[in-house]
Design a protein around this ligand. Structure first.
Ligand code: A3P
Length: 307
């Protein structure tokens, strides 16, 4: 692989465009302005039958499952998985920056098969080509409260996302789906329902925390990769929170500080289930839960009890 490191010139160009982008609705879903501006390219993206799509709501454990999938496809070769940072190894489908900088689609169009890509698009905005070609989709969902807290800290550090504002206001925005990629509630439910119609492996962050090797086995079976148990254990070790946190190819250390303000938060922040308890007041929890019951009423999708 050619060097993944951006040239000084590319970094300067990037620096020139970095700002907290406003949200623009695309088919009713708030997306960052640069994505909306290049939406036609995303919408008409040409899938290949052996594409693997990693789909998540932001902050559900995307980077974690990316590392797992990359390692499974590399038969557990940890050296190979260190060839480049996550975002280079597994491009972000809808990530758009103004030309001549390289968008996710530019990277993917030039990538050899089989391609693996990440997306945060809700199911209804996925390019139709993926469904027509019956591509495999791996979805990871995370309980709403931890997902929200993680997103709040991320939006503080990520200087291209809208400013999250104060915590209480952010919580309301999340509940109303007025954050990038829209409503968590719709996102997780729609992929859950579509499992019946498409090749979707639906995973839970909380299950991965409970027994990572078990979930890795599910992923490798879905990808039809035969791996002995000792390799599964190697992958589980390599994708533990602490090992990933210390791995510059898996912890987003490569993202310049003019995009990730690490004085606000670190990317590998806590990696816990139930961290929300340190951030919600009793009243906020009650309001959130009441609203949750309404929005999730009637679904068979249940997150484990993190109340
Ligand atoms: P926290 O902010 O709660 O720590 P995404 O990759 O979708 O942006 O999600 C990031 C969240 O996943 C962060 O959550 C991060 O710490 C967590 N995460 C990343 N790798 C992990 C791992 N190996 N184990 C547990 N959590 C992980």
């Amino acid at each position: 692989m050619a060097s993944w490191k951006p040239s000084g010139e590319a970094l300067q160009q990037l620096k020139g465009i970095v700002r907290r982008f406003p949200l623009v609705p695309v088919h009713g879903i708030p997306l960052m302005e640069p994505i909306s501006q290049q939406w036609a390219r995303v919408e008409h993206f040409e899938a290949r039958p052996d594409d693997v799509v990693i789909a998540t709501y932001p902050k559900a454990g995307t980077t974690w499952i990316q590392e797992i999938v990359d390692l499974i496809l590399a038969n557990g070769d940890t050296e190979k998985s260190r060839r480049a940072p996550t975002q280079v190894r597994i491009p972000f489908l809808e990530y758009c920056v103004p030309p001549p900088l390289t968008s996710g689609i530019d990277k993917l169009e030039n990538a050899p098969s089989p391609r693996v890509m990440k997306t945060h698009l809700p199911f209804q905005l996925l390019p139709k080509s993926f469904l027509e070609k019956n591509c495999k989709i791996i979805y990871v969902a995370r309980n709403a409260k931890d997902n929200l807290v993680s997103y709040y800290f991320f939006d503080q550090m990520h200087l291209m996302q809208p400013d999250p504002g104060p915590w209480a206001e952010y919580m309301t925005k999340f509940m109303e789906g007025k954050v990038p990629w829209g409503s968590w509630y719709d996102h997780v439910q729609r992929y859950w329902e579509e499992r019946a119609n498409h090749r979707i492996l639906y995973l839970f962050y909380e299950d991965m925390k409970e027994d990572l090797a078990r979930e890795i086995r599910r992923v490798k079976d879905f990808l039809e990769v035969d791996l002995p148990e000792d390799v599964v254990q190697t992958i589980a070790h390599h994708t533990s929170f602490q090992v990933m946190k210390d791995n510059p190819m898996a912890n987003y250390d490569s993202v310049p500080s003019f995009i990730f303000d690490r004085t606000k938060s670190s990317f590998m922040r806590k990696g816990e289930v139930g961290n929300w308890k340190n951030h919600f007041t009793v009243a906020q929890k009650e309001d959130f839960d009441a609203d949750y019951q309404c929005k999730m009423n009637g679904t068979t999708l249940h997150f484990r009890d993190v109340l």
